[in-house]
Each structure stands twice: as C-alpha cells, then as structure tokens.
Design a protein around this ligand. Structure first.
Ligand code: SAH
Length: 350
C-alpha cells in the first residue's frame, strides 16, 4: 500500500493550513479540493491550474488512492453489481439498479457487518472495518460513470443499503454525505439519499440533530419484540421497539421527514394476523410508509421463506385501512446475487 498520506482524508481547512505552512497561497486549498472532490482527479498531474512544481511537491507528500472495480456483473434485468477493491485490498460490493426514470446506487458503508440479522448474507461476514468517506464517495462516483455509460443518464438516487450498518460508521457516512451533496463536490440533492438502518436509537437521534436532510429507512421486519429479536438480535441490544419508536418520533419532530419501514414477510414467522396488527399499530405512531420487500434466499436452509402473495395483500389492505401507504418491492438482480441481503463477496476473485 502507498505509504504517503491520503490527501482526501484532509478537510479543506486542513489543506489550507498545509499550504500556508509551506509558503503557498491559501486559495490553493480551494483549487485542490475541487480537483479532488468535484473533478475527481486521480493524480496530481491532472491539476492543470497548479504549477508543475506545486504538482510535484504535492505528489511527494500525498497520494490519491481510489477504489477499483475489481469485478463487474450485469443481471438480465440490467442491474449491475460491482466488487470494489478498497485501498487495503479488502472488498465490498456496490449495486446499481436502473428503472425507466432513475438509477439508484446501493452503496456499502462497512466491510462486513457486526449485526447478526439471521436472514442477511452480509451478516455472515465478520465486520472488518469501516469505510472511509472517500471510499464511500468513490462508489457513488463510479456508479454515476456506470449509469451514464450503461443507461445513458446520470445517477439519480443513493441508498445506504449495501454492506454494513451506516449508523455504526456514523462520522464517515456523514462526511461522505456532506461531500456528495456539497456544491464544492458532487452537488447531489440530499433528498435523493436514503440512509437505511437496522435501528440504532441513539444514532437516529444524533442524525436528527445533525439533520443532513437525507431520508431515513428502518429495517423493521417485525413490530413484535420477541419476533424481531429472534431474527434481528440487535433489537434487544438496542432497547427494543419502544426505544426505536421514541427515536423515530424524535427524528420526525426534528426533520419532518417521513420514515420508510422496510419489511420482509416470512412464512410462519410474521405472516399472521397478530403481526399485521402490530405493524399497523407501530406505523400509525409516526408518519411513515411501508415497503414490503421480497425475501431473497441466501442459502438452502428453509428457515426463511417468502410468504404467499395473499399474505402481502392482507398486509397492504390493513395498512391502507389505517391510512398508511405501502408498496411491494420486487427484487432486482437476483440472478447475480445483487439483491438486498445477498451481498456477501461470493465471487471468486482469483
Ligand atoms: N444495515 C442496514 C443496511 C443494509 S441491509 C439496514 O439494516 O437497514 C439493506 C436492506 O436489505 C435491509 O432492509 C435489510 O433488512 C434487507 N435484507 C437483508 N437481507 C435480506 C434478504 N435476504 N432478502 C431481502 N432483503 C434483505
């Protein structure tokens, strides 16, 4: 690995300090920052409004590491999955999902995951480390390039639904969002970004206070404590549904942004009337909508099976009667293991 420090780990202020310390004009920081974050320069030679000497000087002090797409797969429905090589050669996956009107990038925030959601393939990978802000931004930059190349239009939406729990890498995820949305960098609208969490109440509150103006999705999957804890042990560790609800109400009070609940319906687990009623009661307590998502099998075990369509209809009917909007989300990219919960670095890279 390159031993020179990564210049993209410096803020614009820190860059300014560096230039001033070395007898350069402070405005150089603004120029270099733009090259790094807006024009996506891969080396110092691209920075043509700096003198040759200054470029050589920067190159002596810093590196500009960049993620590399190590492996690329395209599904029959157009979904693209990338195996992304990070700065230390660890690998995460990112997914690009096209629809008629938009392209959504699904980005990773951690290598592996420390949670233990029983239905998720990523949970089987040990959490190795957090991604840095530039590693997260790079996934977006690559997705935007791919969207233009393969679908003919720029990236429109970003969801933090790849590998990892974004709220357990809070500072780096917020710093990446700042770069993605800032006019000095990628300049995308925060309303097109969704942070998806398994539900970490303390961090939901913190994000409400910091208010990056992004949308919040919560992977709920059950509104009954015992069942949720059984399939998502993080539930009990974080104080259960009561604490989650309080944090979500706090989020809504602060941001006035409606929450999306992600909800899988499993045969014999949460496909009964009691589960339906519990979800309706829970969702009524905070402005929200529900995405009923399709389960993507992650192995051959039959512990988890997608419930019948008629159960989904019952869920939708009950939600509708309570005035709660719901949609049924069919999976994309299943044939290449790119669908929700299937990201597990399965490809053989040798
Ligand atoms: N840790 C975050 C983001 C990653 S998971 C979170 O929990 O929200 C992204 C979404 O995929 C979550 O809603 C998760 O519950 C869902 N998911 C996980 N495994 C799945 C599977 N096998 N099939 C369908 N969705 C799954």
């Amino acid at each position: 690995m390159n031993k020179k420090p990564n210049i993209r780990s410096l803020s614009e202020e820190e860059l300014k300090d560096f230039f001033v310390k070395h007898g350069e004009k402070p405005f150089r920081a603004k120029q270099v920052y733009e090259w790094l974050w807006k024009k996506n320069a891969r080396n110092f030679d691209e920075m043509t409004n700096l003198s040759k000497d200054l470029r050589t000087f920067l190159d002596k002090h810093f590196s500009i590491p960049h993620i590399k797409i190590k492996h690329f797969q395209r599904s029959s429905d157009g979904t693209i999955k990338n195996a992304v090589n990070l700065q230390d050669n660890l690998i995460v996956e990112s997914v690009l999902i096209p629809t008629d009107t938009r392209t959504t990038a699904c980005v990773s925030s951690q290598v592996g995951c420390s949670l233990d959601c029983k239905f998720c393939a990523t949970a089987r990978l040990k959490r190795m480390r957090n991604l840095s802000p530039d590693e997260i931004v790079d996934q977006v930059v690559e997705a935007d390039l791919q969207s233009k190349e393969y679908y003919g239009h720029p990236l429109s939406n970003i969801v933090f639904m790849g590998m990892g729990e974004p709220l357990l890498n809070y500072d780096n995820v917020m710093s990446a969002i700042e770069k993605i949305t800032s006019d000095k960098a990628l300049g995308m609208s925060p309303r097109r970004i969704t942070v998806s969490t398994s539900g970490i109440p303390k961090m939901i509150r913190k994000m409400a206070d910091d208010n990056p103006r992004v949308k919040l999705a919560v992977s709920l999957h059950s509104a009954i404590d015992d069942i949720r804890t059984e399939i998502m042990p993080v539930n009990a560790r974080q104080g259960g549904l009561k604490e989650l609800l309080k944090a979500l109400q706090y989020w809504y009070d602060k941001t006035k942004s409606r929450i999306t609940f992600e909800y899988l319906v499993f045969k014999g687990i949460n496909d009964d009337e009691r589960s339906i009623k519990a979800l309706v009661d829970f969702a009524k307590k905070v402005p929200s909508k529900v995405n009923l998502i399709e389960y993507n099998p992650i192995d051959d075990s039959d512990r988890f099976q997608q419930a019948d369509d008629k159960v989904l209809d019952k869920y939708q009917q009950a939600l509708k009667e309570a005035g709660i909007i719901s949609t049924v989300r069919r999976s994309r990219g299943k044939d290449i293991d790119a669908a929700c919960g299937q990201l597990a670095n399965k490809i053989n890279l040798d």
